[in-house]
Design a protein around this ligand. Structure first.
Ligand code: HEC
Length: 101
């Protein structure tokens, strides 16, 4: 019984440790290419556009910010991301750049 309780506590802590646990980072990376997410970012910061995620004055400060910003960006090109797509993209961006816990 004690063992089961320990395991349950451990698992629930684990779930909180990762935002976007419902997202699939590999799928997110493919969506990033599919939606040409870098196009505007390249024009703005140069290179492959990824500097937008690592610049000192980046605007995204939390997991929630990340979702909101992605909605803004996709809205700007008239695309409506599904809830799953947002989770996937966020999981990928978080793994590579943001590392929110
Ligand atoms: C229409 C042009 C455009 C497209 C397309 C676009 N973005 Fe952006 N994105 C921007 C601009 C401009 C900013 C910077 C906003 C600022 O500085 O406040 C930005 C910033 C961001 C940031 C925040 C970077 C930071 O400061 O931390 C994220 C995350 C992001 N974009 C994700 C995406 C994703 C994911 C996609 C593809 C679904 C995408 N963007 C497509 C224009 C675009």
């Amino acid at each position: 019984m004690k063992k089961t309780l320990f395991l349950l506590t451990f698992l629930s802590l684990g779930a909180h440790a990762t935002p976007f646990a419902a997202g699939d980072a590999d799928r997110g990376g493919k969506l990033f290419t599919k939606y040409e997410c870098s196009s505007c970012h390249e024009a703005r910061v140069g290179g492959d556009g990824s500097a937008i995620f690592t610049r000192a004055n980046r605007t995204v400060r939390s997991a929630d910010d990340l979702i909101v910003q992605m909605e803004r960006c996709s809205g700007a090109i008239g695309k409506q991301l599904t809830a799953q797509e947002k989770q996937d993209l966020a999981a990928w961006l978080n793994q590579r750049y943001y590392r929110f816990k």
